[in-house]
Design a protein around this ligand. Structure first.
Ligand SMILES: Cc1ncc(COP(=O)(O)O)c(C=O)c1O
Length: 402
């Protein structure tokens, strides 16, 4: 056997991918995937944009290009945040942005604070750089500032990774007031914040909230910012384009450029040019369409959950994004062990355990409403309700002898 490196030994494959394999029978209604709705992809505009790009740019669209990314695209991203293009690095998906940030910001043993629960793809991206993850307590309004402050009084946290808007996996959003508190606390404790915002545009209800990045810029010069933000075209255009970005202080972007040069030289030129063609009107229209569709699907799911899941089961009620998060009343119920039973009843979800850095809470699960029809949502949630009710009724009574 060829020995692999210690870095490679730290790598794991995504628990979700393994789980999805068992949910792929066609009759299974799957709320497990994290995929955007494919019927909403702007296929014709992308085809037309590709034709225009090849007609206008010819072979340049197929040539190697700069590591930083296609300048008109970076300028557009920069303008939206009122920053300069040299604060923007294009990446091959936000997932690559997370990996590159791990490479640039994490030394082995560094303490990286993450929400409890958090996006497991970030845990997977950072793990090879050997951090120690510490969970920060959250509630329905996201990270609890007092818990963060107390934690940072005890541990020497270096980085905080957060998805403050329509979080994956919970769908929760950090309140406006807490955003200010989080910035004050992290600045005071000299903690760098990685704000991951793939769902920022997907609000279907309620008031917009300003990003941490934008709030930080109100009081801090760009070179002293402690917030780095990631954005992506995956959820608003199509994830197969693999086009995303990192925005942050220039000295971090300069290091990301070097890291990316080593990783893949640059993101695909053609895709960046196609996306640039779509920025003016197609993107805005897409965002409208997606918000409306996901808003309807979320409302149907939340309604079905309230009616079909047994008393005592709680579920988040997201204002945007793709996910809601279910907690079962009995901590001893293991949603991973319950999954085969759910799949046998033709419904699938993602068990909550892999989303916890410390990995011990087993009575939670993630549901995505993004890719299901109204009928599928109603049928699937009713089936899930029966599976959960069965589990709850078959657990030993609290006072039964052990
Ligand atoms: C919180 C979060 N960050 C990053 C990503 C990766 O996105 P991308 O397709 O841009 O790599 C996802 C994808 O689901 C996500 O949910």
């Amino acid at each position: 056997m060829i020995p692999v490196s210690s870095t490679a030994r730290r790598m794991t494959s995504s628990a979700i991918r393994e789980i999805l394999k068992i949910t792929q029978r066609p009759e299974v209604i799957s709320f497990a995937g994290g995929l955007p709705a494919p019927e909403l992809f702007p296929v014709d505009p992308i085809r037309a944009a590709a034709d225009r790009v090849l007609a206008e740019h010819g072979r340049q669209a197929l040539q190697y290009s700069t590591t930083e990314g296609h300048l008109p695209l970076r300028r557009w991203i920069a303008e939206r945040s009122e920053i300069t293009a040299d604060m923007v690095q294009i990446t091959t998906g936000s997932q690559q942005g997370l990996d590159l940030l791990g490479r640039v910001l994490i030394d082995p043993g560094d303490i990286v604070l993450v929400e409890s629960p958090t996006y497991l793809g970030a845990l997977q991206a950072f793990t090879p750089y050997a951090p120690r993850f510490v969970e920060v307590a959250t509630d329905d309004d996201g990270i609890i500032p007092e818990a963060l402050d107390e934690l940072l009084g005890r541990v020497d946290g270096r980085l905080l990774y957060t998805v403050p808007t329509f979080q994956n996996p919970t769908g929760r959003t950090l309140s406006a007031q807490r955003r200010l508190a989080l910035l004050e606390i992290t600045r005071r404790h000299l903690v760098t914040v990685i704000e991951d915002g793939p769902y920022n545009e997907l609000r279907f209800r309620g008031q917009e909230v300003e990003t941490l990045f934008s709030l930080a810029r109100r009081t801090t010069p760009d070179d002293d910012l402690n917030v780095i933000m990631l954005g992506t075209f995956s959820k608003v255009l199509a994830p197969g384009l693999r086009d995303a970005w990192v925005q942050g202080p220039r000295h971090v972007i300069d290091k990301l450029v070097q890291a990316k040069q080593a990783a893949d030289l640059h993101s695909p030129t053609l895709n960046q040019m196609i996306i640039t063609e779509l920025l003016d009107d197609v993107l805005a229209e897409q965002i409208k369409i997606i918000r409306e569709a996901y808003g309807q699907r979320a409302a149907i799911m939340i309604d079905a959950v309230a009616r079909e899941l047994p008393t005592g089961v709680s579920c988040t009620d997201p204002d945007g994004g793709m996910f809601c998060w279910v907690s079962l009343p009995d901590e001893s119920i293991d949603t991973e062990a319950m999954l085969p039973e759910a799949v046998a009843n033709n419904v699938a979800y993602v068990p909550g355990r892999p989303f916890y850095a410390a990995g011990e809470r087993r009575n939670t699960l993630r549901l995505s409403y993004a890719t299901s029809t109204e009928d599928q949502i109603r049928t699937g949630i009713a089936d899930l309700g029966r599976v959960i009710a069965e589990r709850l009724s078959s657990r030993p009574a609290a006072d039964a002898p052990l």
